[in-house]
Design a protein around this ligand. Structure first.
Ligand SMILES: C[S@@+](CC[C@H](N)C(=O)[O-])C[C@H]1O[C@@H](n2cnc3c(N)ncnc32)[C@H](O)[C@@H]1O
Ligand code: SF4
Length: 372
């Protein structure tokens, strides 16, 4: 890999595929925690991190996600964080770790802070005790106490909220929104429950809420969070000004990144890759992966799919630089159709969706992609 290439890669994702218990909706790459596997896994992750260090990488964003990174022991976390510290671009960086409320402790928070972690993403999901039981999560945790503890070590906090859970009413959602905003944090990721094959909910034939309800819940979230000082900067992500997730913006702006660990994906132009989800392969040191060279047209599709999710859309000259033709010329007919229905704005510099356009994004994308 040459030097020019290295400078372009600003982001690293590290996947930790272990959880203490399995949520019935989840289809991420994850395995029930077993100390034996965890320590072997950490050894292999360390090997990959050392390899990146030797190649001279310095990242502006690092994200340790899962699974549940916090279900690793302090000792294992220390091993990983000693190495990630060497990979941070010290001038400016965002270093996020994902945490589950059950496995977050003050000792771990102290360690995170000393290792340069400056952002944390906590999977709260809901405050509703019955719904927490339905999704097999611990319902005995006081989230206010937890977040106050976290704030002593890390100020930049995201919490995940799921809506559309089985049996959830609009009142339940409003109760959650009230509680989430009272936590006084600066980022909320909202997810409409999706039922994916490979999840227990799918096997149990749990259904997603129907489209009208989902739309109503989404509008409720948007209105409520805006009234409470949050800006929706991506279809499902809300932040106080200046607290957008820089790492996730790498994905949404369709920029390159390196992913390591079982089941992790990565994008090193012109290749997108996905590492095998086999834990045994990974801990035996085998790095099997599928990859595809992204053809120019597919690349345009990816670019549009990701960037149009953002409130700010993308710059016309950036599109031109990447693809060598003008967005506003090639898609003129479609652009006009969506501008006249007030779904899209195209000015001298930028293209972005209106509020309504973000909701109807699938229609716009379908039309744009058909042209490629
Ligand atoms: C990478 S996951 C896991 C993070 C962490 N292990 C946890 O569970 O808190 C990030 C988030 O995706 C959301 N999520 C996972 N599966 C989902 C599903 N089927 N439908 C909607 N949201 C989902 C949850 O809010 C979860 O916190
Ligand atoms: S949602 Fe999080 S804690 Fe639950 S199984 Fe998936 S990765 Fe593990």
């Amino acid at each position: 890999m040459n030097t020019i290439k290295k400078i372009k890669i600003n982001s690293l994702y590290i996947h930790i595929p272990f959880c203490d218990s399995i949520c019935p909706y989840c289809d991420f790459t994850k395995f029930i925690s077993k100390d034996f596997f965890k320590s072997k896994y950490v050894k292999q992750i360390s090997r990959d991190l050392i390899c990146l260090y030797k190649k001279g990488y310095k990242f502006k964003t690092i994200y340790i996600g899962g699974g549940t990174p916090t279900c690793l022991s302090l000792k294992d976390l220390r091993k990983i964080l000693k190495l990630t510290k060497l990979l941070l671009n010290k001038n400016s960086y965002e270093f996020t770790i994902e945490a589950n409320p059950e496995s977050l402790s003050e000792d771990k928070l102290k360690l995170f802070k000393s290792a340069g972690v400056n952002r944390i993403s906590i999977g709260i999901q809901t405050f509703n005790e019955d719904l927490l039981k339905t999704i097999n999560r611990d319902f005995n945790i006081n989230y206010f106490e937890l977040i106050n503890l976290v704030k002593r070590y890390i100020k930049n906090i995201n919490v995940d909220l799921i809506y559309g859970l089985p049996g959830e009413t609009k009142q339940d959602l409003i109760y959650d929104l009230n509680s989430f905003t009272k936590l006084d944090i600066n980022h909320i990721s909202t997810y409409s429950l999706s039922i994916n094959p490979m999840s227990l909910f799918y096997v149990k034939k749990v259904k997603e809420v129907d489209e009208d309800i989902s739309r109503d819940y989404y509008d409720t979230i948007l209105k409520f969070l805006r009234e409470h000082g949050f800006e929706r900067y991506e279809v499902s992500n809300f932040s106080k000004p200046g607290f957008e997730s820089k790492h996730n913006l790498t994905y949404w702006k369709d920029n390159e990144y390196i992913g390591i660990g079982c089941g992790a994906g990565g994008y090193l132009y012109p290749k997108r890759y996905k590492l095998s989800s086999s834990l045994t392969d990974y801990i035996r040191g085998k790095r099997k992966f599928d990859s595809e060279i992204v053809h120019k047209n597919d690349n345009i599709d990816y670019f549009l799919i990701c960037n149009l999710r953002l409130k700010d859309g993308f710059y016309l000259d950036e599109f031109y630089k990447r693809f060598g033709f003008k967005f506003e010329e090639k898609y003129k007919k479609i652009i006009n159709k969506y501008i006249s229905s007030s779904f899209l704005v195209v000015n001298q510099y930028k293209v972005y969706c209106t509020d309504e356009g973000l909701i109807k994004l699938d229609l716009l994308l379908r039309d744009l992609i058909k042209e490629n």
